[in-house]
Design a protein around this ligand. Structure first.
Ligand code: ADP
Ligand code: MG
Length: 364
Protein backbone atom coordinates (compact mmCIF):
# COMPACT_ATOMS: atom_id res chain seq x y z
CA UNK A 1 0.00 0.00 0.00
CA UNK A 2 1.06 3.56 -0.59
CA UNK A 3 2.72 5.22 2.37
CA UNK A 4 2.72 8.95 2.76
CA UNK A 5 6.15 10.31 3.65
CA UNK A 6 5.18 12.32 6.70
CA UNK A 7 2.89 9.72 8.26
CA UNK A 8 3.86 8.86 11.83
CA UNK A 9 0.82 6.74 12.66
CA UNK A 10 -0.94 4.89 9.87
CA UNK A 11 -3.96 2.60 9.74
CA UNK A 12 -4.01 0.98 6.34
CA UNK A 13 -7.25 -0.86 5.43
CA UNK A 14 -7.55 -2.14 8.99
CA UNK A 15 -10.33 -4.50 9.98
CA UNK A 16 -11.01 -6.12 13.31
CA UNK A 17 -13.27 -8.95 14.34
CA UNK A 18 -13.27 -10.43 17.85
CA UNK A 19 -15.46 -13.41 16.99
CA UNK A 20 -14.39 -14.16 13.41
CA UNK A 21 -17.80 -13.06 12.17
CA UNK A 22 -18.71 -9.46 12.97
CA UNK A 23 -16.38 -6.64 12.01
CA UNK A 24 -16.19 -4.02 14.75
CA UNK A 25 -13.63 -2.04 12.71
CA UNK A 26 -14.29 -1.88 8.98
CA UNK A 27 -11.69 -0.85 6.44
CA UNK A 28 -10.17 1.89 8.55
CA UNK A 29 -7.69 4.24 6.91
CA UNK A 30 -5.97 6.96 8.86
CA UNK A 31 -2.71 8.79 8.54
CA UNK A 32 -1.30 11.14 11.17
CA UNK A 33 1.76 13.35 10.99
CA UNK A 34 4.11 13.68 13.94
CA UNK A 35 2.96 16.15 16.60
CA UNK A 36 -0.71 15.95 15.71
CA UNK A 37 -3.45 15.79 18.34
CA UNK A 38 -6.11 13.55 16.83
CA UNK A 39 -9.33 12.57 18.54
CA UNK A 40 -11.45 9.52 17.82
CA UNK A 41 -15.00 10.62 18.58
CA UNK A 42 -18.08 8.45 18.37
CA UNK A 43 -20.91 6.75 20.21
CA UNK A 44 -20.25 3.90 22.60
CA UNK A 45 -19.45 0.67 20.75
CA UNK A 46 -18.31 2.38 17.55
CA UNK A 47 -14.80 0.85 17.73
CA UNK A 48 -12.66 3.63 19.22
CA UNK A 49 -11.08 1.65 22.05
CA UNK A 50 -10.47 -1.27 19.73
CA UNK A 51 -8.46 1.00 17.42
CA UNK A 52 -6.45 2.32 20.34
CA UNK A 53 -5.76 -1.20 21.63
CA UNK A 54 -4.54 -2.30 18.20
CA UNK A 55 -2.25 0.72 18.04
CA UNK A 56 -0.91 -0.03 21.52
CA UNK A 57 -0.38 -3.65 20.53
CA UNK A 58 -2.83 -5.19 23.01
CA UNK A 59 -5.04 -6.37 20.16
CA UNK A 60 -4.06 -7.47 16.66
CA UNK A 61 -5.73 -6.35 13.47
CA UNK A 62 -7.69 -9.07 11.68
CA UNK A 63 -6.74 -7.55 8.33
CA UNK A 64 -4.59 -4.64 7.19
CA UNK A 65 -1.53 -2.90 8.60
CA UNK A 66 -0.88 -0.45 11.38
CA UNK A 67 2.41 1.41 10.99
CA UNK A 68 4.36 3.53 13.42
CA UNK A 69 6.97 5.75 11.83
CA UNK A 70 6.74 3.67 8.67
CA UNK A 71 7.26 0.30 10.34
CA UNK A 72 4.48 -2.28 10.81
CA UNK A 73 3.69 -2.26 14.52
CA UNK A 74 3.79 -6.04 14.83
CA UNK A 75 7.53 -5.94 14.17
CA UNK A 76 8.22 -3.64 17.12
CA UNK A 77 8.33 -5.15 20.63
CA UNK A 78 5.95 -3.29 23.02
CA UNK A 79 8.66 -1.67 25.19
CA UNK A 80 10.31 -0.25 22.06
CA UNK A 81 7.12 1.31 20.74
CA UNK A 82 7.57 4.39 22.90
CA UNK A 83 3.85 4.64 23.54
CA UNK A 84 2.45 6.23 26.71
CA UNK A 85 -1.10 5.41 27.74
CA UNK A 86 -3.73 7.04 29.92
CA UNK A 87 -7.08 5.42 30.66
CA UNK A 88 -10.30 6.55 32.27
CA UNK A 89 -9.71 4.74 35.58
CA UNK A 90 -6.28 6.11 36.42
CA UNK A 91 -4.81 2.60 36.91
CA UNK A 92 -2.11 3.75 39.30
CA UNK A 93 -0.39 1.10 41.43
CA UNK A 94 -2.09 1.53 44.84
CA UNK A 95 0.78 0.13 46.93
CA UNK A 96 3.34 2.54 45.45
CA UNK A 97 3.83 6.23 46.16
CA UNK A 98 3.31 8.77 43.41
CA UNK A 99 7.07 8.94 42.81
CA UNK A 100 7.33 5.13 42.64
CA UNK A 101 4.43 4.99 40.21
CA UNK A 102 6.23 7.42 37.93
CA UNK A 103 9.60 5.72 38.29
CA UNK A 104 8.12 2.38 37.24
CA UNK A 105 8.24 2.91 33.45
CA UNK A 106 11.81 4.19 33.87
CA UNK A 107 12.89 1.12 35.85
CA UNK A 108 11.44 -1.07 33.13
CA UNK A 109 13.66 0.85 30.71
CA UNK A 110 16.64 0.29 33.00
CA UNK A 111 17.47 3.94 33.62
CA UNK A 112 19.83 4.84 36.46
CA UNK A 113 18.40 5.94 39.83
CA UNK A 114 19.67 9.50 39.32
CA UNK A 115 18.07 9.84 35.92
CA UNK A 116 14.86 8.31 37.27
CA UNK A 117 14.69 10.82 40.09
CA UNK A 118 15.30 13.76 37.80
CA UNK A 119 12.73 12.67 35.21
CA UNK A 120 10.11 11.89 37.88
CA UNK A 121 10.40 15.37 39.39
CA UNK A 122 10.23 17.00 35.99
CA UNK A 123 7.12 15.05 35.02
CA UNK A 124 5.45 15.90 38.36
CA UNK A 125 6.22 19.57 37.90
CA UNK A 126 4.71 19.43 34.41
CA UNK A 127 1.35 18.45 35.90
CA UNK A 128 1.75 20.75 38.92
CA UNK A 129 2.02 17.87 41.37
CA UNK A 130 5.62 18.39 42.51
CA UNK A 131 4.74 18.39 46.20
CA UNK A 132 2.82 15.12 46.10
CA UNK A 133 5.70 12.73 45.34
CA UNK A 134 5.44 10.88 48.66
CA UNK A 135 1.67 10.33 48.69
CA UNK A 136 -0.15 7.15 47.79
CA UNK A 137 -2.91 7.21 45.12
CA UNK A 138 -5.65 6.76 47.79
CA UNK A 139 -4.52 10.04 49.35
CA UNK A 140 -5.28 11.96 46.14
CA UNK A 141 -8.50 13.29 44.60
CA UNK A 142 -9.73 11.96 41.26
CA UNK A 143 -8.33 14.93 39.39
CA UNK A 144 -4.95 14.60 41.11
CA UNK A 145 -4.83 10.88 40.34
CA UNK A 146 -5.54 11.61 36.70
CA UNK A 147 -2.74 14.19 36.65
CA UNK A 148 -0.37 11.53 38.02
CA UNK A 149 -1.57 9.03 35.41
CA UNK A 150 -0.82 11.65 32.78
CA UNK A 151 2.64 12.31 34.25
CA UNK A 152 3.34 8.58 34.25
CA UNK A 153 2.45 8.36 30.57
CA UNK A 154 4.78 11.26 29.79
CA UNK A 155 7.70 10.49 32.13
CA UNK A 156 9.65 8.36 29.65
CA UNK A 157 9.19 10.99 26.94
CA UNK A 158 7.14 8.88 24.55
CA UNK A 159 6.67 10.07 20.99
CA UNK A 160 3.11 8.83 20.97
CA UNK A 161 0.55 9.02 23.76
CA UNK A 162 -2.79 7.22 23.66
CA UNK A 163 -5.62 8.41 25.90
CA UNK A 164 -8.93 6.60 26.28
CA UNK A 165 -11.63 8.80 27.85
CA UNK A 166 -9.08 10.01 30.42
CA UNK A 167 -11.37 12.69 31.86
CA UNK A 168 -14.62 10.72 31.77
CA UNK A 169 -14.79 10.21 35.54
CA UNK A 170 -14.15 13.84 36.50
CA UNK A 171 -16.59 16.67 37.12
CA UNK A 172 -17.15 19.34 34.47
CA UNK A 173 -14.91 22.06 35.83
CA UNK A 174 -11.95 19.78 36.45
CA UNK A 175 -12.47 18.20 33.05
CA UNK A 176 -12.22 21.59 31.36
CA UNK A 177 -9.07 22.52 33.29
CA UNK A 178 -7.39 19.25 32.38
CA UNK A 179 -8.50 19.46 28.73
CA UNK A 180 -6.60 22.70 28.53
CA UNK A 181 -3.55 21.30 30.38
CA UNK A 182 -3.36 18.17 28.25
CA UNK A 183 -3.44 20.04 24.94
CA UNK A 184 -0.91 22.57 26.19
CA UNK A 185 1.47 19.86 27.38
CA UNK A 186 1.11 17.88 24.18
CA UNK A 187 1.94 20.89 22.04
CA UNK A 188 4.77 22.03 24.30
CA UNK A 189 6.39 18.60 24.25
CA UNK A 190 5.63 18.03 20.58
CA UNK A 191 4.15 14.61 21.23
CA UNK A 192 1.66 12.92 18.96
CA UNK A 193 -1.62 12.13 20.70
CA UNK A 194 -4.47 9.81 19.81
CA UNK A 195 -7.30 10.74 22.14
CA UNK A 196 -10.60 8.89 22.53
CA UNK A 197 -13.83 10.46 23.74
CA UNK A 198 -17.57 10.33 23.20
CA UNK A 199 -17.83 14.00 24.23
CA UNK A 200 -18.05 16.21 21.15
CA UNK A 201 -17.20 19.45 22.96
CA UNK A 202 -14.05 17.85 24.30
CA UNK A 203 -13.14 16.63 20.83
CA UNK A 204 -13.76 20.01 19.19
CA UNK A 205 -11.87 22.05 21.79
CA UNK A 206 -8.80 19.82 22.14
CA UNK A 207 -7.97 18.45 18.72
CA UNK A 208 -6.11 19.36 15.57
CA UNK A 209 -8.32 16.85 13.77
CA UNK A 210 -11.27 14.70 14.77
CA UNK A 211 -12.20 11.31 13.34
CA UNK A 212 -15.94 10.72 13.77
CA UNK A 213 -16.60 7.02 14.25
CA UNK A 214 -19.84 5.22 13.59
CA UNK A 215 -20.21 1.49 13.66
CA UNK A 216 -16.55 0.70 12.96
CA UNK A 217 -16.09 3.29 10.24
CA UNK A 218 -14.73 6.81 10.12
CA UNK A 219 -17.59 8.95 8.83
CA UNK A 220 -15.50 12.09 8.56
CA UNK A 221 -11.97 13.09 9.47
CA UNK A 222 -11.39 16.82 9.61
CA UNK A 223 -10.37 19.84 11.66
CA UNK A 224 -12.99 20.87 14.26
CA UNK A 225 -14.24 23.91 12.32
CA UNK A 226 -14.64 21.91 9.10
CA UNK A 227 -16.46 19.16 10.93
CA UNK A 228 -18.88 21.61 12.48
CA UNK A 229 -19.41 23.83 9.46
CA UNK A 230 -19.11 21.32 6.64
CA UNK A 231 -20.43 17.96 7.80
CA UNK A 232 -20.20 15.49 4.93
CA UNK A 233 -23.22 13.42 5.84
CA UNK A 234 -26.32 13.31 8.03
CA UNK A 235 -24.67 11.26 10.75
CA UNK A 236 -21.90 13.80 11.31
CA UNK A 237 -24.32 16.74 11.04
CA UNK A 238 -26.49 15.31 13.82
CA UNK A 239 -23.67 14.00 15.98
CA UNK A 240 -21.66 17.21 16.09
CA UNK A 241 -23.43 20.18 17.65
CA UNK A 242 -27.09 21.06 17.40
CA UNK A 243 -28.80 20.87 14.04
CA UNK A 244 -32.21 21.36 12.46
CA UNK A 245 -33.19 18.73 9.93
CA UNK A 246 -35.80 19.19 7.21
CA UNK A 247 -36.66 16.37 4.82
CA UNK A 248 -37.58 16.66 1.20
CA UNK A 249 -36.71 16.02 -2.45
CA UNK A 250 -34.17 17.76 -4.65
CA UNK A 251 -36.14 19.93 -7.10
CA UNK A 252 -33.31 21.65 -8.95
CA UNK A 253 -29.51 21.71 -8.94
CA UNK A 254 -27.66 24.74 -10.28
CA UNK A 255 -23.90 24.57 -9.70
CA UNK A 256 -23.19 25.01 -6.03
CA UNK A 257 -26.77 25.59 -4.92
CA UNK A 258 -29.90 23.51 -5.09
CA UNK A 259 -33.58 23.93 -4.39
CA UNK A 260 -35.22 21.36 -2.13
CA UNK A 261 -38.97 20.81 -2.05
CA UNK A 262 -39.77 19.91 1.54
CA UNK A 263 -42.30 17.22 2.39
CA UNK A 264 -44.51 20.04 3.69
CA UNK A 265 -44.57 21.52 0.17
CA UNK A 266 -42.39 24.58 0.80
CA UNK A 267 -39.12 25.17 -1.06
CA UNK A 268 -35.74 26.17 0.36
CA UNK A 269 -32.20 26.86 -0.86
CA UNK A 270 -29.27 24.62 0.08
CA UNK A 271 -25.82 23.44 -0.88
CA UNK A 272 -25.90 20.06 -2.62
CA UNK A 273 -23.39 18.12 -0.49
CA UNK A 274 -24.18 14.52 -1.17
CA UNK A 275 -27.12 14.73 -3.47
CA UNK A 276 -26.46 14.65 -7.19
CA UNK A 277 -29.74 14.52 -9.07
CA UNK A 278 -33.22 15.95 -9.18
CA UNK A 279 -35.78 13.70 -7.51
CA UNK A 280 -33.37 12.37 -4.88
CA UNK A 281 -34.51 12.38 -1.24
CA UNK A 282 -32.45 14.47 1.13
CA UNK A 283 -32.16 15.62 4.72
CA UNK A 284 -31.17 19.26 4.80
CA UNK A 285 -29.31 20.44 7.80
CA UNK A 286 -29.10 23.96 9.19
CA UNK A 287 -27.42 25.17 12.39
CA UNK A 288 -29.60 27.09 14.87
CA UNK A 289 -27.24 30.10 14.86
CA UNK A 290 -27.33 30.41 11.05
CA UNK A 291 -31.07 30.96 10.78
CA UNK A 292 -31.91 34.58 9.97
CA UNK A 293 -35.06 36.16 11.42
CA UNK A 294 -34.34 39.53 9.83
CA UNK A 295 -34.99 38.38 6.27
CA UNK A 296 -33.97 41.80 4.91
CA UNK A 297 -30.42 40.56 5.46
CA UNK A 298 -30.87 37.78 2.90
CA UNK A 299 -30.34 37.95 -0.84
CA UNK A 300 -33.11 39.25 -3.15
CA UNK A 301 -34.21 35.83 -4.40
CA UNK A 302 -33.84 33.95 -1.13
CA UNK A 303 -36.58 31.54 -0.23
CA UNK A 304 -38.10 32.07 3.19
CA UNK A 305 -40.37 30.00 5.39
CA UNK A 306 -43.21 30.87 7.72
CA UNK A 307 -42.49 29.95 11.30
CA UNK A 308 -44.69 29.92 14.37
CA UNK A 309 -42.91 30.88 17.60
CA UNK A 310 -43.57 28.13 20.18
CA UNK A 311 -41.14 28.86 22.99
CA UNK A 312 -38.63 31.54 23.88
CA UNK A 313 -35.83 30.69 26.30
CA UNK A 314 -33.60 33.38 27.76
CA UNK A 315 -30.16 31.83 28.35
CA UNK A 316 -28.16 34.93 29.24
CA UNK A 317 -25.63 35.14 26.44
CA UNK A 318 -28.04 33.80 23.83
CA UNK A 319 -31.75 33.41 23.19
CA UNK A 320 -32.94 29.97 22.21
CA UNK A 321 -36.27 29.96 20.40
CA UNK A 322 -38.24 26.91 19.39
CA UNK A 323 -40.32 27.21 16.24
CA UNK A 324 -42.83 25.25 14.25
CA UNK A 325 -41.46 25.18 10.71
CA UNK A 326 -42.48 23.08 7.71
CA UNK A 327 -44.54 20.77 9.86
CA UNK A 328 -41.93 20.12 12.55
CA UNK A 329 -42.16 21.66 15.99
CA UNK A 330 -38.61 21.25 17.22
CA UNK A 331 -36.90 23.71 14.91
CA UNK A 332 -34.48 25.69 17.06
CA UNK A 333 -32.83 29.02 16.44
CA UNK A 334 -30.22 30.76 18.55
CA UNK A 335 -29.69 34.48 18.56
CA UNK A 336 -27.08 36.51 20.37
CA UNK A 337 -28.25 38.67 23.25
CA UNK A 338 -27.33 41.98 21.61
CA UNK A 339 -29.06 45.31 22.31
CA UNK A 340 -30.91 45.35 18.98
CA UNK A 341 -32.05 41.73 19.07
CA UNK A 342 -35.80 41.22 19.27
CA UNK A 343 -37.22 38.75 21.74
CA UNK A 344 -39.65 36.61 19.78
CA UNK A 345 -43.09 36.20 21.30
CA UNK A 346 -44.71 32.76 21.47
CA UNK A 347 -47.87 32.59 19.37
CA UNK A 348 -46.63 34.97 16.68
CA UNK A 349 -45.76 34.01 13.13
CA UNK A 350 -42.49 35.18 11.57
CA UNK A 351 -40.48 34.68 8.39
CA UNK A 352 -37.16 32.89 8.56
CA UNK A 353 -34.48 32.24 5.99
CA UNK A 354 -30.78 31.63 5.58
CA UNK A 355 -27.92 31.92 3.18
CA UNK A 356 -27.92 28.88 0.89
CA UNK A 357 -24.31 28.12 1.88
CA UNK A 358 -25.39 27.58 5.50
CA UNK A 359 -27.91 24.91 4.63
CA UNK A 360 -26.59 21.52 3.53
CA UNK A 361 -28.48 18.93 1.48
CA UNK A 362 -27.21 15.60 2.86
CA UNK A 363 -28.07 11.92 2.48
CA UNK A 364 -31.63 11.01 3.45
N1 ADP B 1 -12.54 -7.91 23.97
C1 ADP B 1 -13.65 -7.92 23.24
N2 ADP B 1 -14.24 -9.07 22.84
C2 ADP B 1 -15.36 -9.06 22.07
N3 ADP B 1 -15.99 -7.96 21.65
C3 ADP B 1 -15.45 -6.78 22.00
C4 ADP B 1 -14.27 -6.69 22.82
N4 ADP B 1 -13.98 -5.38 22.99
C5 ADP B 1 -14.94 -4.70 22.32
N5 ADP B 1 -15.82 -5.53 21.73
C6 ADP B 1 -16.97 -5.10 20.88
O1 ADP B 1 -16.47 -4.35 19.81
C7 ADP B 1 -17.30 -3.23 19.52
C8 ADP B 1 -16.49 -1.95 19.62
O2 ADP B 1 -16.12 -1.76 20.96
P1 ADP B 1 -15.13 -0.61 21.44
O3 ADP B 1 -13.95 -0.61 20.57
O4 ADP B 1 -14.90 -0.82 22.89
O5 ADP B 1 -16.00 0.68 21.18
P2 ADP B 1 -15.92 2.14 21.82
O6 ADP B 1 -14.60 2.31 22.48
O7 ADP B 1 -16.13 3.05 20.65
O8 ADP B 1 -17.07 2.24 22.79
C9 ADP B 1 -18.46 -3.30 20.52
O9 ADP B 1 -19.54 -3.91 19.86
C10 ADP B 1 -17.92 -4.18 21.62
O10 ADP B 1 -18.95 -4.88 22.23
MG1 MG C 1 -14.21 2.78 24.52
Amino acid sequence: MAQSDDAFVEFDHVQKSYDGENLVVKDLNLSMPKGEFLTMLGPSGSGKTTCLMMLAGFETATYGDIRLDGKPINDIPPHKRGIGMVFQNYALFPHMTVAENLAFPLQVRKMSKDVQKQKVMRALDMVQMGSFAGRRPTQLSGGQQQRIALARALVFEPELVLMDEPLGALDKQLRETLQFEITNLAHQLGITVVYVTHDQTEALTMSDRVAVFENGRIQQLAAPATLYEEPQNSFVAQFIGENNTLEGVVAEIKGDTCVVKLDSGEVIDAVPVNVSKVGERTKVSIRPERVEVDTAKLGPNAHTLKAEVLEFIYMGDIFRTRLKVAGIDNFVIKTRNSPDQTKLTPGTTIDIGWLPRDCRALDA
